[in-house]
Design a protein around this ligand. Sequence first.
Ligand code: NDX
Length: 256
Amino acid sequence: SMQCFPGLVLALSSLLGALALLQLTLYLRVPSRYGKHEERLCRPQGRLPARCAWFLQELPSFLVPALLLALRSPPRLEPLGCRLLCCLFCWHYFYRTFIYPFFTRGRPFPLQLLFFGMLFCIYNGFLQGYYLIYCAEYPNDWCTDIRFTSGLLLFLLGMGINIHSDLLLRQLRKPGEVTYKIPQGGLFTYVSGANYFGEIVEWFGFATATWSLPAFAFAFFTLCCIGPRAYHHHRYYLKTFTDYPKSRKALIPFVF
Ligand code: NDX
């Protein structure tokens, strides 16, 4: 049966960190090509409806850790911290897999990115799940540790911002519409990438609560992946809408 190999965790986390840096260098100059940054002349046959694409892409991030958790034998009931933290991860991806896609009004998603996105979700789902279920050791009172409580608070705050901002974006369109408008309300009052800001806060909260290398690597990956994207969204809005709010920042309220 499976057991913890610390070397495997270290190797997978390092590779995740390296992928993050690769993304940063790739996507600082040009955005990843989906949504508003997709080239208009792209072949229409190379895409899947947003609904299917996001469902398929994010499913492994839910399924892999959920299966690892369910199939572990003997079931690991102690310490409580491990299961709780693994459930937080699955909870986010339950939303992202089973709720978000069914309401999205996004444009069809490129198959090629879907493929890489899925690979990424398998990889990260395995790393986070494997670490928490087979490797993590927490003292029995971890649930009252300041790292756990403050991290959990950040996670919940970030998730709240992320879900609320996803909702505000969705409401900009009627079903079937594919046009872009100026997002209003919530944290969009302050930043162009409010949904991304929420997601980044969420994963840094998760990293603090788990106090683990894999989770910090994933938070860093998220920052390198959607941080530049927030900046490109911001530039797109400034270029497209002459009446775009001048005080609005790209990602971090009042700062950047
Ligand atoms: N999926 C994470 N890299 C990614 C997909 C792409 O969950 O090869 C990372 C995620 C993947 C990426 C994933 C990993 C790295 C990949 C990359 C592709 C290439 C890259 C694989 C897995 C890669 C290397 C080199 C390392 C191998 O029409 P539309 O779609 O634009 O409509 C949008 C709409 N909208 C508007 N509607 C009206 N008016 C406006 N002004 C609008 N602005 C937007 O709202 C969408 O329907 C919706 C949201 O759009 P947008 O662009 O704001 O968000 P989006 O990027 O689609 O993300 C959706 C949510 C969001 O909450 C975000 O926080 C979360 O997913 N997310 C996204 C990406 C990654 C991630 C989280 C994470 O890293 N944690």
